[in-house]
Design a protein. Structure first.
Length: 383
């Protein structure tokens, strides 16, 4: 039986999941999603200030990306003992006070290995197949003491990605019924012991089909534009037995439309700049019967505007650098009725500044290397 191997290493992410057949933009968009988190509630009802955990990365003075997370305003780097190689946190969960940070690690041969940190130590997960493959953890959940990490394995020979998840270190492939075509897991939820893994599967016509696997069984989600247009799931939530899957669906004009499916029924989320402008859902939460969908919408100048929809109503989140600079929501949480949206905002020098908005108010998370280096929040937990 394969087991998790624990080492003192930090993970790295492969920044392009492209497998060569799904079109120039869809697989790259898939990694924008990082991890989806369900709504978080005040555990004691006292209204005390919550703890905000924000996972991601910060470039160091040599422009090497360093994995880590912020707890409040304090940065916690996750060291890579292999050396000065890029490392990233793609997803985050906090259970019983322990921070679990999922991603992948780049070794000295240039190959990515999947794993997650707990207590600051990286547990390498067994590679599903060929050890020359690049393997990515893109989503993580902790349930009843079990760690479930979703992602994919990219075959470097065929450039085909195989989706699946590790449950306590054991790999389960998320099969593509269409054959040997790309699949991705980009979101993961465990509910009543059942694993829901959201993402996409490329069909025989090389079209990305949105959907999710339930304990390994595929459920396709229809694109209202028709079977010939791609769609992706980036975020997943389970509430009262209903499955919510957020992402995008390409329309007949080949523009990405933000939206979400509830038990297979599509709800489009309007871009205030118009239907021809790109918009997508990267994160999702359901709280007190309301659906919160975080992401971004391109404005009339094709600048990405961070924001979120609540039951279909758009709230833009201001970039403190001004309206001409892009910003993106990559993760969303709801705590005690307050919306927390994590991601990044480009500053006047086009540097990515990590941070989060709490009910629309921006909190920057400092990069210890200084303001000249990029930092990004990819995942968010509020407790």
């Amino acid at each position: 039986m394969a087991k998790t191997v624990w080492i003192h290493r930090a993970p790295a992410i492969r920044l392009s999941a492209r497998r060569g057949r799904t079109g120039p933009s869809l697989p790259c968009l898939a990694l924008a999603a990082a991890c989806a988190f369900a709504a978080c509630q005040d555990p004691d009802g006292a209204g005390s200030a919550p703890s905000v955990y924000a996972g991601g990365y910060a470039e160091d003075g040599s422009s090497v990306s360093v994995a880590g997370y912020w707890n409040g305003l304090t940065w916690h780097p996750l060291p890579n003992p292999v050396g000065e190689y890029d490392s990233f946190v793609n997803c985050l969960e906090v259970s019983d006070g322990v921070v679990f940070a999922g991603g992948s690690v780049l070794d000295d041969a240039g190959t990515y290995y999947p794993g997650y940190w707990a207590y600051g130590t990286l547990g390498l997960l067994p590679k599903p197949d060929d050890h020359s493959n690049n393997d990515i953890v893109s989503a993580i959940a902790v349930s009843d003491g079990e760690v479930i990490a979703g992602g994919y394995s990219l075959d470097l020979g065929t450039s085909v990605a195989i989706a699946g998840y590790w449950r306590n270190g054991i790999w389960t492939e998320a099969a593509n019924g269409a054959g040997e075509y790309d699949t991705h897991v980009d979101a993961l939820v465990v509910s009543d012991g059942v694993v829901y893994a959201g993402g996409y599967a490329v069909d025989a016509s090389d079209v990305a089909v949105a959907g999710y696997w339930v304990d390994g069984t595929w459920h396709a989600l229809a694109n209202p534009a028709g079977a010939g247009y791609g769609a992706l799931v980036f975020a997943l939530a389970i509430s009262d037995g209903h499955a919510y899957a957020g992402g995008l669906a390409m329309n007949a004009s080949n523009a990405a439309v933000a939206g979400y499916w509830v038990d297979g029924t599509w709800t489009a989320l309007a871009n205030p700049a118009g239907a021809g402008r790109l918009a997508m859902v990267t994160s999702l939460a359901v709280s007190d019967g309301h659906v919160y969908a975080g992401g971004y919408a391109a404005d009339g100048s094709n600048v990405a505007v961070a924001g979120y929809w609540v039951d279909g109503t758009w709230t833009a989140l201001a970039n403190p650098a001004g309206a001409g600079y892009s910003a993106t929501v990559k993760a969303l949480a709801v705590y005690d009725g307050e919306v927390y949206a994590g991601g990044y905002a480009r500053d006047g020098s086009s540097v990515s500044v990590a941070g989060y908005w709490a009910d629309g108010v921006w909190t920057a998370l400092a990069n210890p290397a200084g303001a000249a280096y990029d930092a990004v929040v990819t995942s968010l937990v509020v407790r």
